[in-house]
Design a protein around this ligand. Structure first.
Ligand SMILES: *[C@@H]1O[C@H](CO)[C@@H](O)[C@H](O)[C@H]1NC(C)=O
Ligand SMILES: *[C@@H]1O[C@H](CO)[C@@H](O)[C@H](O)[C@H]1NC(C)=O
Ligand SMILES: *[C@@H]1O[C@H](CO)[C@@H](O)[C@H](O)[C@H]1NC(C)=O
Ligand SMILES: *[C@@H]1O[C@H](CO)[C@@H](O)[C@H](O)[C@H]1NC(C)=O
Ligand SMILES: *[C@@H]1O[C@H](CO)[C@@H](O)[C@H](O)[C@H]1NC(C)=O
Ligand SMILES: *[C@@H]1O[C@H](CO)[C@@H](O)[C@H](O)[C@H]1NC(C)=O
Ligand SMILES: *[C@@H]1O[C@H](CO)[C@@H](O)[C@H](O)[C@H]1NC(C)=O
Ligand SMILES: *[C@@H]1O[C@H](CO)[C@@H](O)[C@H](O)[C@H]1NC(C)=O
Ligand SMILES: *[C@@H]1O[C@H](CO)[C@@H](O)[C@H](O)[C@H]1NC(C)=O
Length: 475
């Protein structure tokens, strides 16, 4: 720095500094690592001098558009670490081939849930942990031509290949045994390397609400698998104990909310995992959680909800006496929610009248007890008590009274005669008007005639006219 200052003074130093800043900004803006080329969705690193670590885009919003990373012929590239890939949340394709990849962290792809295609062919991998891919839904996994060590740690690859998962069947995967012999994967045999197998004391727990129970889970497999219970679904109090490759689960004071819920016992080791689902069948006495006033929808419905396991037997009572199903009144469950062991239904009534008003009681019963609730239902008002307007009988009565009155017919006759006389009056007025107009016309004509007769000579046509119109004048 001192040398630069001596040579060019502060000016040169400033220029040099700005150059660096510009260069930095340029690289930042381009955001593509050295030896790589980038498009908006793809990073491709295939050039010299090469990358020594996983390519990282500084700009997060750029990184989140990357779906494809392609790394090839990178002899200094050796590891994919825990945090290297997590910024590429949209990554689908990851290719690292013909490079020096030796290590892949088991946490490397925790955030890359869209990753479906992995190619690690022709690298220096000696092992690969099963956990790195467990949560991924891969379609392709290429790992041929890596110097894997024959060991239990890669037994999972052999099992995947045997099952032809991820298009692995045709790959030439080899491993090197302790005698430095290359062995193709199907011929790899490792002692004490066995997939876990879970065994539980029962697959369905039937228990009375409030009681307690213990379920045992034991797993075989080598190396000794870890055994665990997933109790995320249950609300009851639990106690879990593990001993080596076994685990017990105690449920205390079991709640009815746990009916139909499941418990899962899992076991896993380096080779693989296994799990068994245990279903809960919690018995409990009935509880009518809802009964409500009737509503009209197609039919009348007295809605109710009832919980209970086993499903309670339902019985309705009307004013204290048994109400059996008929074509007009029947009880029906419309919907059952499994997770709550709750059943929703209706007492349906077809065109009920005031005769159906009264107290309706629902009784629900199973082997553990019974519950009952009552509702007062009023479909129509009683005509003896009810107001006249809401009772259709009122309208019936009115109609009848009109029909009965024979006098009304007479009245209407009277009205008709009046109408006729009115019509007569109108006719005579018309007659007067016509006669009046005729008289006016005649008068006019007579005047004209007089004028013509005395003023000028006339022809025969006019005489006839006079003759015709002289009659009313005479009359
Ligand atoms: C990242 O890139 C976007 C779009 O190109 C840009 O708007 C944003 O400022 C950049 N962020 C950083 C930190 O460079
Ligand atoms: C990322 O993708 C979105 C939508 O595909 C696009 O609008 C945006 O410009 C892209 N950002 C970059 C930095 O390429
Ligand atoms: C991933 O890469 C392979 C090979 O390059 C290609 O066939 C495939 O279409 C790519 N898939 C995606 C989702 O980009
Ligand atoms: C599973 O466990 C039950 C009882 O805990 C036992 O009787 C049975 O033999 C076991 N099955 C296996 C395959 O271990
Ligand atoms: C529930 O516990 C009671 C009292 O401990 C017992 O008598 C009953 O048999 C148990 N019922 C069930 C279904 O486990
Ligand atoms: C069981 O749980 C219920 C409520 O969930 C509670 O009222 C009751 O006291 C509990 N019984 C015991 C023995 O803990
Ligand atoms: C089993 O559990 C132990 C302790 O929690 C852990 O160190 C070990 O890695 C686990 N093994 C497997 C295969 O998950
Ligand atoms: C019945 O259900 C109601 C409403 O959900 C609740 O308040 C009540 O405690 C329950 N009764 C019994 C005996 O479980
Ligand atoms: C029960 O299931 C219904 C839908 O089937 C859901 O909406 C509700 O949240 C569930 N309730 C519980 C307690 O799981």
């Amino acid at each position: 720095m001192g040398l630069w200052k001596r040579l060019g003074g502060p000016d040169l130093a400033q220029v040099w500094g700005s150059c660096w800043i510009l260069l930095l900004l340029f690289w930042r803006g381009l955001a593509c690592p050295d030896s790589c080329t980038c498009t908006s969705t793809r990073i491709s690193c295939d050039r010299t001098p090469g990358i020594g670590a996983f390519p990282v885009l500084k700009n997060l919003s750029h990184a989140q558009n990357i779906t494809d990373i392609y790394i090839t012929y990178q002899r200094y590239f050796a590891s994919i670490n825990e945090d290297d890939v997590k910024i590429y949340t949209e990554l689908r394709n990851l290719t690292v081939v013909d490079s020096s990849l030796k290590f892949v962290s088991r946490q490397a792809f925790l955030k890359n849930l869209k990753l479906t295609y992995i190619d690690f062919s022709r690298n220096k991998l000696t092992t690969l942990n099963r956990k790195f891919f467990r949560h991924l839904s891969l379609t392709h996994l290429y790992i041929a031509d890596n110097p894997f060590q024959c060991s239990c740690d890669i037994m999972w690859l052999k099992l995947l290949q045997e099952a032809n998962m991820f298009n692995m069947e045709k790959q030439n995967i080899i491993c090197i045994n302790e005698n430095n012999k290359r062995i193709t994967l199907p011929f790899m045999h490792i002692p004490n390397c066995v997939l876990p197998k879970v065994n539980v004391s029962t697959r369905e727990v039937t228990i009375l609400e409030g009681n307690s129970t213990t379920v045992f889970c034991e797993a075989t497999g080598l190396p000794d698998p870890n055994v665990s219970w997933d109790i995320s679904q249950v609300k009851s109090n639990t106690l879990i104990g593990t001993v080596k490759h076994a685990a017990f689960l105690t449920l205390k004071n079991v709640t009815s909310l746990d009916n139909t819920k499941t418990l899962v016992c899992s076991a896993d080791n380096v080779v693989g995992e296994d799990q068994v689902i245990v279903e809960l069948n919690v018995h409990f006495p009935p509880n009518i959680t809802l009964i409500d006033y009737p509503t009209l929808d197609h039919h009348w419905c007295i809605p109710f909800s009832v919980r209970g396991n086993p499903v309670p037997k339902l019985q309705w009572f009307y004013e204290g006496s048994v109400l059996s199903d008929t074509d007009f009144i029947w009880s029906k469950i419309h919907q059952s929610s499994n997770n709550m062991s709750e059943h929703h239904g209706c007492l349906q009534l077809d065109s009920p009248t005031h005769l159906n008003n009264g107290f309706y009681t629902l009784q629900a019963e199973n082997e553990y007890g019974k519950d009952e609730r009552t509702i007062m239902a009023q479909f129509m008002n009683d005509p003896d008590i009810g107001g006249p307007i809401t009772d259709p009988g009122f309208y019936d009565y009115e109609t009848t009274s009109n029909d009965i009155g024979g006098t009304s017919t007479d009245n209407s006759n009277g009205v008709t005669s009046t109408d006729v006389s009115n019509e007569g009056n109108e006719d005579s007025i018309t007659v007067y008007v016509v006669v009046g107009i005729a008289a006016l016309v005649c008068t006019g004509l007579v005047i004209m005639l007089v004028i013509l007769k005395f003023g000028r000579h006339s022809k025969f046509g006019l005489k006839g006219f006079v003759l015709f119109h002289s009659v009313p004048l005479e009359g």
